[in-house]
Design a protein around this ligand. Structure first.
Ligand SMILES: Cc1cc2nc3c(=O)[nH]c(=O)nc-3n(C[C@H](O)[C@H](O)[C@H](O)COP(=O)(O)OP(=O)(O)OC[C@H]3O[C@@H](n4cnc5c(N)ncnc54)[C@H](O)[C@@H]3O)c2cc1C
Length: 394
């Protein structure tokens, strides 16, 4: 390590790890990403990306790829009661009216982020097992015997993060009592399905969501239902399409028409974590679900990991090895409050969706009013505040 600009080791080649790698490379920094899986990839389902994150993807030059591989979600997006009666429109723009909300297949998003990196930047088949600091060097060890060293280590290793335990005492994630059935249906099998809408149906204790992926050629679905005791034990497993159909029997017939086409589905038990009081220790910091795992009821886990990545890269831009420790703390200060709000907002929204709230009229009014919250969420641009934080370091 002869240069004075910091070199960065990223553990985890998911959406958060791959995006921060892109954002750091865009600032001219050296990165190496280590992923435990033998090949990069993601589960066969969608992810909803919103203006607060698309703004950052554009900044690293990925706007055209999002247009190409994503499916733009339009203004005819709606919330319904379980029987198909309308509750309210869905806010899909920021408050300026900019519509940059897309459904993306997770595999497409990961592929797009990985292909944008320099050749050789990603090392698959590396499961991190340890972290050590030796003087000014941060060292990560892997199950296969390899060792990686850098000035900074970013733990982007997800909700079960190994690196998190080197920052904060181990704790168990919080189970929500809910599981999500996820999958995709080819649009040609449901020709009447609205091509560009985010649609959600809300019933007691359950909700059902769809949005388009891959230029509208796929419909993504997620059915959120209470967990039985067997589901609680498994994080992610194959789901039974018949069981999924039974869960939503008697709901809006449109849901039945979509679910009749489902051949395979998988289900994930939904967990989050309470906000961490700190997520940086010395040369090690956390990002994405490793730092602030959240429930999917605001569709923000991946979006927030991308905001984290842009904030961290912006703050590290003008650092050298002597200022890097202060820069990591500045990143954490900048991100902790916003991500904690999104974590608690996602919990509250899940309860609202499933009407554990009490009065359904009050609930419906809150759903309609939620547009204002979404606008504020989507308006947020992490870069100006990250630049200001970076200036305070010099
Ligand atoms: C049902 C559901 C729907 C969702 N919908 C949305 C949505 O619409 N929009 C949205 O923004 N978010 C959504 N999310 C949340 C989103 O999926 C996550 O927040 C996001 O994937 C987190 O990215 P990450 O990179 O931090 O973690 P992960 O995606 O978990 O990536 C972590 C990576 O680290 C690797 N790894 C783990 N341990 C190690 C190790 N020891 N060594 C090396 N590598 C390791 C893993 O293999 C993985 O590749 C949803 C979540 C669920 C469950």
């Amino acid at each position: 390590m002869t240069q004075s600009r910091p070199s960065i080791v990223i553990v985890g080649g998911g959406i958060g790890g791959l995006f921060v790698a892109n954002a750091l490379v865009a600032q001219g920094l050296r990165v190496a990403v280590y992923e435990q899986a033998p090949a990069l990839g993601e589960v066969g389902a969608g992810v909803y990306i919103t203006p607060n994150c698309v703004r950052q993807l554009q900044r690293v030059g990925l706007g055209p790829a999002v247009e190409k591989f994503g499916a733009k979600v339009g203004g005819d997006s709606r919330y319904f009661h379980h029987d198909g009666t309308l509750i309210a429109p869905v806010q899909v723009t920021d408050s300026s009216g900019w519509n940059a909300t897309y459904g993306m297949h997770r595999a497409d998003l990961v592929d797009m982020l990985a292909k944008a990196l320099p050749a050789g930047a990603v090392h698959t088949g590396h499961r991190c097992t340890g972290f050590e600091r030796h003087g000014e060097v941060a060292r990560v060890t892997f199950e296969n015997g390899a060792v990686a060293e850098g000035d900074v280590v970013i733990g982007a290793d997800g909700i079960h993060s190994v690196l998190r335990e080197h920052v904060f005492p181990a704790s168990r994630p919080v189970f929500s009592g809910t599981v999500a059935y996820r999958g995709v249906v080819r649009s040609e099998l449901v020709p009447q399905w609205p091509a560009a809408s985010w649609l959600m149906w809300l019933g007691k204790g359950k909700h059902f969501l769809t949005y388009p992926l891959r230029a509208g050629t796929l419909v993504n679905f997620v059915g959120f239902v209470p967990a039985d005791s067997e589901m609680k034990e498994s994080w992610s497993a194959a789901g039974d399409p018949e069981a999924l159909r039974r869960e939503f029997m008697g709901w809006d017939p449109r849901i039945g028409s979509l679910l009749r086409q489902v051949q395979t589905t998988f289900r994930s038990a939904l967990y989050d974590r309470d906000p961490l009081p700190s997520w940086t220790r010395g040369r090690l910091t956390l990002l994405g679900d490793a730092a602030h795992a959240m429930l999917p009821h605001l569709g923000q886990g991946a979006n927030q990991s991308i905001e984290d990545g842009m904030a961290l890269a912006t703050i590290l831009t003008n650092t050298d090895r002597t200022t890097v420790l202060a820069a990591l703390l500045a990143y954490e200060r900048l991100r902790r409050e916003r991500t904690a709000k999104v974590q608690s907002g996602a919990r509250a929204n899940g309860l609202r969706y499933d009407t554990f709230h009490g009065d359904i009229n009050i609930r419906d009014a809150e759903i309609a009013a939620h547009a204002e919250f979404r606008k504020r969420l989507y308006d947020h641009d992490v870069v100006p505040e990250a630049r200001a934080a970076a200036l305070e370091l010099v």
